[in-house]
Design a binder for this molecule. Structure first.
Ligand SMILES: *Cc1c(COP(=O)(O)O)cnc(C)c1O
Length: 433
């Protein structure tokens, strides 16, 4: 379809093309639909993480204290709430929390959920098929030279803007796989260096993420015994992310945070291809049903999921078709074309999508450090932009007095000091302006 026709049919597309901050309200939210995944898929994924827990506790010592379970805390953001709402001049009813996936072990990002999960699916399937492993074994045995040798016959490849490559590369290489990460020009140098240090092959592209992933996929298809983890449509990635919801249910219950019709839960999630926020949303909808509502957040220069969902074209349209440059400081979100799974599954599960100017996330990155001493990367602060944009819209639809708001902080722990200082300085200058 011609872009001009799309603009006439969907006024939002004109705003997206003009790089305006905007909010897309999903007209199909709450309708009935057949989904690709079910509750039993979600619990199957959670059980697989449990089986691998003894492996992680052994192979990644930093996970021993949580007995090999990769999980992050939630933090109550009282100071940040006060600072934000005053500075940006809006009212936020209810309590504000941060889901600190910036602290998730191994990759320091939300990718430790989906990316690692898919590596586990591949490793388990190979080891079981070769009769080297039984489901009831203690999977600590995978942390031995024998299994390392076994997995070294196989390769795992992925295209990544950075963090997905880190999560998959680190775990795949540790298990013994030959790991290859295809990276776009947006990927940070320190992420490439860290991967090479861990024995991962990094292939660099001058082009965008879409080009890197396409080249990686084609190369892997031609190479025997290489598995390609496809960020543009993998169900396993999606299910790995979804497990977060099962864990969050207990965290909220343990902190006496109610979720019901009078205490709605709102989550604000940064979207790149849309895989991680969609997986988390699917999980939360499965656990909390009508009492949870998800809002995605995207840069005005890269509103790939908003464009795909608002037009219904999903992965058949990219932000480059609109003439956008696809460039953003939020490097984890620098993805011009959405995942084919995300738009399809989110059609009835997602409340809406906000788009934001880069300056906002730089400011939040500095503000979160000033107010709460929490370090995130710019992509990970994007949820705060959606929080602000969504309030007037949510207030018309839901009882907000006892609401719980969770901004999902998606990455940051591995960011080197110098890099964080740069982001912080940029953000601080915007705060004090
Ligand atoms: C990958 C990533 C996202 C977005 O996840 P998608 O699956 O690409 O939508 C958000 N924040 C950070 C820090 C990321 O690395």
């Amino acid at each position: 379809m011609e872009i001009e026709t799309l603009k006439e049919k969907y006024p939002l597309v004109s705003d997206l093309a003009a790089e305006k901050e905007t909010f897309w309200v999903n007209p199909d939210y709450g309708q009935q639909a057949k989904l690709c995944t079910t509750q039993s898929d979600l619990f199957d994924a959670a059980a697989r993480f449990e089986r691998f827990a003894p492996y992680f506790a052994s192979a990644f010592k930093e996970t021993a204290k949580s007995h090999g379970i990769l999980e992050s805390p939630i933090y109550h953001l009282e100071k940040m709430k006060c600072s934000l709402t005053q500075r940006e001049n809006y009212e936020l009813l209810g309590e504000l929390y941060l889901k600190a996936d910036n602290e998730l072990p191994i990759s320091g990002s939300i990718k430790s959920r989906g990316g690692i999960y898919e590596v586990l699916v591949i490793a388990e399937r190979l080891a079981i098929a070769a009769h080297k492993l039984a489901y009831l074994d203690n999977y600590q045995v995978l942390d031995t030279p024998e299994f390392h040798d076994f997995f070294s016959q196989y390769g795992i490849a992925v295209g990544s803007t950075g963090n997905l490559g880190l999560s998959i590369g680190i775990v795949a290489a540790k298990l013994g796989f030959q790991a290859t990460v295809h990276m776009s020009r947006d990927a940070k140098q320190w992420k490439k260096d860290l991967l090479r240090e861990k024995g991962v092959i990094v292939v660099e592209y001058d082009g965008s993420f879409t080009e890197a992933i396409t080249a990686g996929r084609e190369l892997a298809a031609k190479t025997p015994n290489v598995f390609f983890i496809d960020d543009e449509g993998s169900v396993n990635l999606y299910l790995g992310y979804a497990v977060a919801a099962i864990r969050l249910q207990k965290q909220l219950r343990d902190q006496h945070i109610k979720v019901d019709a009078d205490h709605p839960l709102f989550v604000y999630l940064p979207a790149g291809v849309g895989g991680s926020p969609s997986g988390v949303t699917f999980g939360l909808k499965t656990i909390f049903g009508d009492d949870v509502h998800a809002i995605f957040s995207e840069p005005t220069h890269v509103p790939s999921v908003a464009l795909g969902m608002a037009t219904g074209l999903n992965e058949k349209i990219s932000v480059y078709n609109l003439g956008l440059d696809g460039l953003t400081e939020a490097d984890g979100l620098a993805v011009g074309r959405p995942s084919r799974l995300a738009g399809h599954e989110m059609r009835t599960l997602l409340d809406g999508i906000a788009t934001f100017d880069d300056d906002r996330v730089m400011a939040y990155t500095a503000e979160l450090f000033d107010q709460e001493q929490i370090r995130v990367e710019p992509s990970a602060a994007a949820g705060f932009a959606a929080l602000r944009a969504a309030q007037p819209i949510l207030a018309k639809k839901y009882p907000m007095t006892h609401a719980t708001h969770i901004v999902w902080a998606t990455g940051g722990m591995l960011v080197p000091d110098a890099e964080f200082q740069r982001d912080y300085r940029l953000g601080k200058a915007l705060l004090t302006r």
